[in-house]
Write a protein that binds this ligand. Structure first.
Ligand SMILES: Nc1ncnc2c1ncn2[C@@H]1O[C@H](COP(=O)(O)OP(=O)(O)OP(=O)(O)O)[C@@H](O)[C@H]1O
Length: 390
């Protein structure tokens, strides 16, 4: 979809920002460009929408040499998201989002409908936020409007330059997750610039790791972390790449343990029988709609024995705060365990209880991720022990 062929950019003062670059981004693929400041990432990106012209080499978009395409027409096919967002302060959120459809001459109604649809898609209720002005939004909300605006005219290509750089780490992680969910729906061809290797690994189908003006490695996150191509890349991804892998490995249903399950209205004696049959120390407690309520320890249930008057699970159940949606990263699972000082966390699919993740299962999931890698990555290279050390 996007192809660079021997592209070099030399600025007037003699700086070579990009040096003989060749790579290709497939349709629907999200490629992250990562590297230290000044290595040529932004220059690379701005050559795609012709904000910067290459000194030599050619860039193709969908097979067409972009040098021959009128820059204004070219930019209509390319959404552009930047860190400073650049919303018009005197226009409402809805008007800002509808900017490009309006420039394209869409009917006002159609443009606004589309803008509302996009705001919804990025998690901003248009009936709540549509009439606000940018200064009435948080940084994270402004960033979402930036993404909605870039998508409004449904361009096949999206360029994103440090799109989540201006917000704090917690909001940043949330925006990243939201963007991944969005991308799985809209499947744009995306080039995303970041200087944060963790962001690059988390978001990219493939990562281009830049040295000065050149790509040192262009590969999947697993391969970049597991088998850095050069000492430079190894140094850049850091010694804790086993830990970074945690942030790119999602919890899957197969990773979960299935402890005994009881319901709030079950007699205590029934819960005690379930626990003793399984030899378990605790059971998960669900409400009558099968939603997670909490857990019950074996000693609370054991007193009941055969005594049918001992009450119900409800009287002894404890609430469980440590839970995560399936698909969350192992890193989030690990930090949730630490935060709640919990030996296990519940994993849900929407409201449905799927099972629990324990530290042992987390470790196994990490191994699964390593085993699933493209061949040639020696397990020993990935520092599993860092999980235990952390
Ligand atoms: N207009 C310009 N004139 C001269 N040199 C420039 C110009 N724009 C960028 N450069 C230089 O080109 C090199 C690459 O810059 P570029 O902005 O592409 O880097 P980057 O990797 O995006 O950096 P950052 O992460 O800091 O944004 C740098 O050395 C920069 O100083």
């Amino acid at each position: 979809m996007i192809r660079f062929e021997n592209v070099t950019k030399r600025y007037a003062d003699g700086t070579t920002a990009v040096d003989d670059l060749s790579f290709e981004v497939a349709e629907g693929e999200l490629v992250t460009l990562v590297g230290p400041s000044g290595c040529g990432k932004t220059t690379t990106m701005k050559m795609v929408n012709r904000l910067i012209e290459p000194t030599s080499g050619r860039i193709f978009l969908d097979g067409e040499d972009i040098a021959a395409v009128d820059p204004v027409k070219l930019r209509r096919r390319i959404g552009y998201v930047i860190q400073q967002v650049g919303l018009f302060p005197h226009k409402t959120v809805l008007e800002n989002t509808a900017t490009v459809p309006q420039l394209l001459g869409w009917q006002r109604r159609k443009g606004r409908d589309r803008a509302a649809e996009l705001l919804d898609l990025v998690g901003l209720d248009p009936s709540v936020y549509g009439d606000r002005y940018p200064d009435q939004l948080s940084g994270g909300q402004r960033q979402r409007v930036g993404v909605a605006r870039a998508l409004a005219a449904d361009p096949p290509v999206l360029l994103m330059d440090e799109p989540f750089g201006a917000v704090d780490p917690v909001v940043r992680e949330r925006l990243q997750s939201e963007f991944l969910r969005l991308q799985s729906q809209v499947r744009k061809t995306v080039l995303l610039v970041t200087h944060d290797i963790e962001e690059a690994v988390r978001l990219g189908d493939r990562i281009a790791v830049y040295g000065a003006g050149r790509i040192e490695q262009f590969d999947t996150p697993a391969s970049v972390l597991g088998a850095p191509a050069t000492p430079y890349v190894a140094d850049f991804v850091g010694a804790d790449r086993g830990l970074k892998r945690l942030s790119v490995t999602p919890i899957e249903p197969g990773d979960l343990e299935q402890p005994p399950v009881v319901h709030l209205d079950d007699p205590l004696a029934k819960a005690a029988a379930r626990l003793s049959a399984d030899g378990a120390r605790w059971a998960v407690v669900l409400d009558d709609a099968d939603r997670l309520h909490g857990w019950i320890p074996v000693d609370a249930a054991a007193g009941a024995g055969e005594d049918r008057t001992a009450g119900t699970v409800r009287d002894h159940a404890r609430r469980m705060e440590a839970w995560l949606p399936v698909g969350s990263s192992l890193k989030r699972a690990f930090s949730t365990m630490l935060q709640h000082d919990a030996g296990w966390i519940a994993v849900l699919d929407e409201d449905r209880f799927l099972g629990v993740l324990t530290p042992a299962r987390l470790h196994e999931a990490l191994r699964r991720s390593i085993d699933a890698d493209a061949g040639g990555i020696a397990r020993a290279e990935v520092e599993l022990q860092t999980v235990a050390d952390a």
